[in-house]
Design a protein around this ligand. Sequence first.
Ligand SMILES: [Zn+2]
Length: 140
Amino acid sequence: MRAQEFIHLLKGVRHKGKNQWIACCPAHDDHDPSLSITEHQDRVLIKCWAGCDALSIVNSLGLTLGDLFHEKHDYTPPHAFAKREMAQRKQTQSKQEQAITFLSVVTAALKRGETVPDADIQRARRAKAFLEKHNVTGAA
Ligand SMILES: [Zn+2]
């Protein structure tokens, strides 16, 4: 939605300047308008000077953070990013674990004087490089 539409949902709206308004914050008992609304590029920026976060402000209007964009789109809350990062980290970790295991198997085989296929030595080198790149210490 546009800032023009957004301010229609608020009380005590005052025009402050180009693309800027101030209104009573719907998320707290606001008598002295403390919510500033700014239209910036493709979105509506809101800030409550009393400290309400954007999510509680839009929620109290029955909106979502996605409604603050001109083109409504699904907004991914920060905790979803954290989840994704965790999943990525997990993936990296298991790759590291695999690399460590593979490297130790090859190293042990070489130490025992076994013949290790070239392909496996190549793979072990790649695993070592991978671990060094990820600063994994203690790898063979
Ligand atoms: Zn507020």
